[in-house]
Design a binder for this molecule. Sequence first.
Ligand code: CAA
Length: 294
Amino acid sequence: MRNIVVIGAGTMGNGIAHVFAQNGFETTLNDLNEIQLQKAKATILKNLDRQLLKGKVSEELKLKTLGRLQFVTQANRAIKQADLIIEAATENFEIKKKIFNDVMPIAPSHCVFATNTSSISIDKLAVEISQPERLIGMHFFNPVPVMQLVEIIKGEKTTPEVTKKTEELTLKLNKTGVVVNDAPGFISNRILMPMVNEAIEALSQGVAGVKEIDTIMQLGMAHPMGPLRLADLIGLDVCKSILEIMHSGLENDKYAPTPLLVKRVDEGKLGIKSGIGFYNYTIDPKNPTVDFKG
Ligand code: CAA
């Protein structure tokens, strides 16, 4: 595998493109929105500079990484030569379905199609596309350049060859791939999201404040950040949508998003990306203040 196309230049898409390019792949990042592409370019540059400062990449590798990246609103030419196309668009079934149905007729016959979905069923998507045997889930974690895991989701129709190629590819990104079967929320979010939801529920019941809940999980359970700060990093809208998919897919009310999470999303308090979630990042993003009055 050499030529990679990443579709969707949001938080996950830019991180995925960054790690592919850094590890030697010719990478095309595609988004319909030119402004989003420019933002992605700036973020990758910022993160490469951060890695440079920490001695994680050399100046030479930084320049090589940037040289391997293309940012395009029209990806047909890259798709025709792609060995892997990874979709990292909005977590919406119809959008993902459309993307695969658009690219599959153009891509070469050996191309692997991966979706960076955090909860949408691979098998459900497979029914709607022409080449289900070449579809696989490659679930990356935020921040992508830092997190070591790729959760690889094989569908019922995914061939063993495609799974093997994806595992090998993950190793080339210096990440660990763990293969799981298809189920709503897979393993990562099946376990993570109920914890995040419960933290928000406990907050809404006044059991403890935002800082207190996060400190308990950080110092008592050695989590790198508390669940409310993590929800802000992931995006409260993303947390809500993953919980909804698990709620309907697993047919169990324990996965229903708690009312305070729904309220925050309705208010546009989506976390870091909107400036405010359970914390306010608008003044000092590194040291945000609590934004919640119980
Ligand atoms: N790009 C490159 N490097 C980055 C980075 C980025 N975007 N963000 C942070 N880093 C690097 C920093 O340079 C730093 O490097 P060193 O260790 O060499 O110093 C390191 O990561 C730690 O960063 P900071 O010192 O700035 O901050 P921190 O120590 O507070 O760590 C964190 C930040 C890495 C985000 C850490 O808090 C963490 O691991 N949090 C948990 C994140 C997590 O659980 N992510 C998964 C979310 S779930 C998901 O994404 C999937 C889903 O489906 C919802």
